[in-house]
Design a protein around this ligand. Sequence first.
Ligand code: AMP
Length: 644
Amino acid sequence: MRACPTSCTAVKQQFSTCSRKPKDVNQMTRGNPCQLPGMLPNYDPNDSEAGMKILEDLTENVEQIQQRVLEEIITRNARTDYLKGFLDGEFDKQVFKKTVPVVNYEDIKPYIERIANGDSSNIISAEPIIELLTSSGTSGGQPKMMPSTAEDLHRKTFFYNLLVPVMNKYVDGLDEGKAMYLLFVKPETKTPSGLMARPVLTSYYKSNNFKNRPFNRFNVYTSPDETILCSDSKQSMYCQLLCGLVQRQEVLRVGAVFASAFLRAIKFLEHNWKELCSNIRTGHVSDWITDPGCRKVVSLVLNKPKPELADLIEHECNSKSWEGIIKKLWPRTKYIEVIVTGSMAQYVSTLEYYSGGLPLVSTMYASSECYFGINFKPLSKPWDVSYTLIPNMAYFEFLPVKKKNEDGAQYVQCNGVCKENCMEKETEKEDVETVELVDVKLGQYYELVVTTFTGLYRYRVGDILMVTGFHNKAPQFRFVHRRNVVLSVDTDKTSEEDLLKAVTKAKVIVESLGILLIEYTSYADTSSIPGHYVLFWEITSKGNNHLPVLDHKIMEQCCSTVEESLDSVYRRCRRKDNSIGPLEIRVVQHGTFDALMDFCVSQGSSVNQYKTPRCIKSGEAINILDSRVVARFFSQKAPFWEPV
Ligand code: AMP
């Protein structure tokens, strides 16, 4: 979720009617009226000490700030159609918690759809909703859409600004060079009412908060904005890498938002380094870079022929092994900034291979609904990363999640190994009481529920978090997993149900030929970049237990059908972003799934409760399946996708 921190100009403007400038968060929590619109204290983001002080104050005064955040949200929005139905126009926390239900997307979808179709946004938010943020969660195959307001951009800016002092605390001299952050915008569309619908980062990068950000010496990028904002992802990637290579001696850190995007850039470099070097050698950018903004700024960065630099880069890229290539190409790099928690953890070993041992830094935890938390120990190992929720971002509540019996069905369900993310029983019912941010308990698992400044009230985000400690009074959370997600390669999030629906459609094809699909499971194969979905299928001829003769064309059609049936984010990643490779079906020999069951039982699963895991993460289990593969088929065409 990385973007450039900007100054608080906008925030200052927000308080421009106020003559008293706030000095610390205590003022805010003590009821300084100047602080109320948005609860954002003001400071100079170039001033790291001031930034740290803000963070200390925020984390010291969690309870008061949360109380004020809720009061502010309710007071502003009590007369919206949505809240009016539950509250009598007044702020009362107890009434709020008693009467406003904890909801899922399906509950608020009718309101979002009304707004998308032209109803006034004050049905959920007093502050006008200026756009809808398309999240990677889906509902009925379409991306979920989260409301966003102009004011919320300032909240995000405030949040980004806070990342700077945290990094400065651990790494010196970040103002003595540049950051090669590879940032991209995604396609956007308009709703019938003319509201923009786009991913949260695209919204932020295209905002004035990003484009008109004042200079911050700790955050100078190698990528000119024109290259980040270029809608052609190939040209954007090429130009950003070119600029990063030309300025290689100045680069102090490299990164992208998610690990998958950064690795995609490394792959792109592997395929294009010769051409990039030729551009550096001649001082001319390739003709296929036709985006006028990109051409102009990249030509300025290239400036003149640099044959020696081209030789040097060519020499490094030409070496047989690309182990440690990042350190070789960008020798002053101190760390790689990419999110490697959650589903991105699968990329840690590949990143370590390319990085030559550089720290992997996950700075923040955020979503389309709201920006949540900051990693206060950015140099900690990926598996030790915790995020401290920032209490003025939203009102946070937590649904307790019970741990499952170690040999319960859920445990077996995922992968037959003792993985942390298989051990909880999620809270199904809304009647379970939520816990407040200050009341969460160390070691406990919770599902995050947010009430935002943008019109979401007691909304279940779907993320399961575990409390790992406290910074002052603010709890810190490890991201455990996302509810219901079994497969993820990039920003796609495929649930067991999505997978079942897609497989069901594909199996109709083979059934019409007298072939039965007896069992299936899946895994995300990220051993090569881009990663791809693999389905293991055990099939048989109707009427006997023999493996049927498999027609390549038919099986490839099955692969395509599964892809066509997966959600819009999957199809965008696959077709537009090329961040997911063609889906593969591996047909396994008869009896393979019995062997899988034996394995799971040997690992502690109860035979009685055994259900075939629909997604496999254990290397051993994958080996059991892989050693019995008799044929492999790949999808031959990218699925249909258009912005929705
Ligand atoms: P989206 O709704 O598409 O913006 O995706 C937001 C979701 O991405 C969050 O709810 C998390 O499930 C996941 N996510 C975001 N940041 C992180 C992080 N730092 N670590 C793990 N998962 C994350």
